[in-house]
Design a protein. Structure first.
Length: 225
């Protein structure tokens, strides 16, 4: 090329810088590309972390206390309530599964205490008998005036002779309530009184001021001890 020609020099000066510019990137463009790349990387990490924390989009539903209580109540087995008194370690009222035996109730009350009359307990208690709701079990003590009679035994209405007199020491609250002149409140008093000391005679109901003489006369022939 003839560089001495003025137009050739002008042509070279016009084309050189433009072509050089097209061949390289300016520093500002480098910074912009780097910033965009960093933003994309940060966004990708954030999305990955969110997906990891929520695997599969699953939602866990936690029931409140009321719902948990209802579920526990519906899942619990049927039970019956009995009272254990006399020569046991922890006399009181106990809830036991339906189908439990007299032996289970005594075990729930801590077993026999040191006051138990072993011979009387062996002869009077039917440990294999099934429990009934509202039943009272009286374990005979040594020296108990009624220990030698049925009043000190932990018998039940189920073991009584069908159609026979109702034993005041073993009758349930419902059975006592069914007697003429006896309501739920009086039945509860009779049960509480016999827990302290089994009845030795039917007249103890009047002596302990649980019923009046006129009320006792209405059902005297229906009860025994």
């Amino acid at each position: 090329m003839d560089t001495n020609a003025p137009w050739r020099a002008l042509e070279a000066s016009d084309q050189g810088p433009a072509e050089a510019t097209r061949g390289r990137t300016t520093p500002s463009a480098h910074r912009l590309i780097l910033a965009v790349a960093m933003l994309v990387a940060v966004a990708s990490l954030a999305v990955a972390a969110f997906v990891e924390l929520r695997p599969g989009g699953q939602v866990e539903v936690v029931a409140g206390p009321a719902a948990s209580a209802r579920a526990g109540a519906s899942a619990s087995p049927a039970s019956l309530v009995v009272q254990v008194a006399g020569a046991v370690t922890r006399p009181g009222v106990y809830a036991l599964p339906v189908g439990s035996r007299v032996a289970d109730a005594i075990q729930a009350a801590g077993g026999y205490s040191t006051e138990v009359d072993p011979r009387s307990a062996e002869s009077k208690l039917n440990l294999a008998a099934k429990l009934q709701d509202s039943q009272m079990i009286v374990v005979p003590r040594r020296g108990d005036p009624a220990a030698g009679s049925s009043s000190g035994a932990a018998t039940t209405a189920a073991t009584a002779v069908p159609g026979g007199p109702l034993n005041l020491n073993t009758a349930s609250a419902d059975q006592l309530d069914a007697l003429p002149g006896i309501g739920p409140a009086t039945a509860a008093k009779i049960i509480a009184s016999r827990q302290q000391l089994p009845f030795a005679a039917v007249d103890d109901l009047v002596t302990r001021k649980l019923v009046s003489a006129s009320t006792l006369a209405k059902f005297r022939d229906q009860v025994t001890v």
